[in-house]
Design a protein around this ligand. Structure first.
Ligand SMILES: Cc1cc2nc3c(=O)[nH]c(=O)nc-3n(C[C@H](O)[C@H](O)[C@H](O)COP(=O)(O)OP(=O)(O)OC[C@H]3O[C@@H](n4cnc5c(N)ncnc54)[C@H](O)[C@@H]3O)c2cc1C
Length: 360
């Protein structure tokens, strides 16, 4: 074991905690991860299942985040092909679209450039006839044509458990049913009534990261905004995905094939921390149905919703509207304690490597 090997506690067994455990255990640190429930049981298994750069983040100028996410997308697709796959996404342009075709084309051109050599395939522009031929499920009224581009798709739960296996094989101890009630800046961790000392403590409790600091009597300069995202599923297979604009508010939403079903999501609603576990509210199901029916020829009703689920994004408070809040992560250090705020599933490895650099 190298001289620099540290005893490290990680609080939170979502994708970010697991990936940090994997990276640090590979660097020969002695890692113990505390998860209150089961590994991967919260936000990380309630995602839209996309390994993506986040085309729409280009609208808010988040170039660094998109470049990093595109690089990470390529890594997951190459390293774990059994649980990931490329996904073709169709993006229609209507006469009444809020985003002009030239703007979308510029965004897709930049998206391809930022992916560089790791790009799955360059985007294609389709005229009206070509678009209808490839995406016959969509309503043709007012359609001018559109674009096809690629992103990645994953089984988020299975992929997270794969990361947990890598972490275990590298030597990390992963404890489930181990709720941490208090952490300290000097490296103390209290769980199940017992207190232990560590060289470093990493608070990566996702939506609960700020609450853990508060219950430990610690102040933070970061504030988390809890934003619920809901999805509905139809029991109907779909050949490829769609990146669409909701007519109600021009927000981007996705309709994608997932495990033989059609997944529609997501919403962005401010979430009350007491409202747990998060669930898809009736108003959100209606929002998603209305948005879906505005685009697809075969309209769906509430009776067609086979299942629904919701997760809560822990986003760093930075803007007035949920859509404008950054999906990037922020690290905060209090002596031996490091807290992770925010972050995306796709970029979890990049986050883990940043934490590993901070550790030293
Ligand atoms: C609706 C939605 C859709 C999304 N879609 C995508 C997508 O398609 N692609 C993408 O890249 N990203 C997506 N994201 C973002 C991504 O899912 C999250 O950023 C990521 O899952 C956060 O992981 P985490 O490990 O930080 O949090 P979590 O998965 O919530 O893990 C935190 C863990 O900490 C545990 N914990 C909390 N308090 C304690 C305590 N005191 N003691 C012990 N354990 C504790 C919890 O039980 C939990 O398991 C989406 C997010 C949402 C909400």
């Amino acid at each position: 074991m190298p001289d620099t090997s540290l005893e490290i506690a990680i609080v939170g067994g979502g994708i970010n905690g697991l990936c940090i455990a994997w990276v640090l255990a590979e660097q020969a640190h002695q890692v113990t991860l505390f998860e209150r429930d089961q590994l991967m049981s919260q936000t990380s298994s309630a995602s839209t299942k996309l390994l993506h750069g986040g085309l729409r983040y280009l609208e808010t100028g988040q170039i660094r985040l998109v470049r990093e996410a595109l690089r990470e997308r390529a890594w997951w697709l190459a390293q774990v092909p059994s649980l990931t796959q490329p996904l073709a996404l169709y993006l229609p342009v209507y006469a009444a679209s809020a985003r002009a075709a030239w703007r979308i084309r510029t965004g897709l051109w930049l998206y391809d450039r930022l992916a560089g050599k790791t790009n799955i395939a360059p985007h294609a522009r389709l005229d009206r006839a070509g678009f209808i031929a490839q995406a016959p499920e969509l309503r043709p009224a007012g359609l001018r044509g559109g674009f096809r581009f690629f992103d990645g798709q994953m089984d988020d739960l299975a992929l997270g458990l794969w990361v947990a296996d890598q972490a275990r094989q590298a030597g990390a101890r992963l404890l489930e049913g181990a709720a941490v009630s208090r952490v300290s800046t000097s490296g103390m961790v209290t769980f199940n009534g017992e207190t232990r000392h560590f060289d470093r403590v990493i608070n990566v409790a996702g939506p609960w990261a700020e609450a853990l600091l508060q219950q430990s009597g610690l102040r933070s300069r970061c504030r988390l905004e809890l934003i619920r995202g809901s999805h509905i599923l139809f029991d109907e297979p779909l050949d490829h995905g769609y990146c669409l604009q909701a007519p109600q508010d021009s927000r981007v939403f996705f309709v994608i094939p997932y495990q033989g079903r059609t997944l529609v999501g997501t919403t962005e609603e401010r979430h009350n921390a007491q409202d747990w576990p998060p669930a898809c509210h009736e108003s959100e199901a209606h929002y998603l149905l209305t948005a879906y029916n505005a685009h697809f020829r075969r309209a769906k009703s509430v009776a067609d919703i086979a299942a629904s689920f919701a997760g809560v994004r822990p986003l760093v408070r930075s803007a007035a509207h949920p859509s404008k809040l950054s999906r990037d992560y922020t690290l905060e250090r209090h002596d031996r304690l490091i807290t992770v705020f925010g972050g995306k599933w796709t970029t979890t490895r990049a986050l883990a490597h940043s934490v590993a650099r901070w550790i030293l």
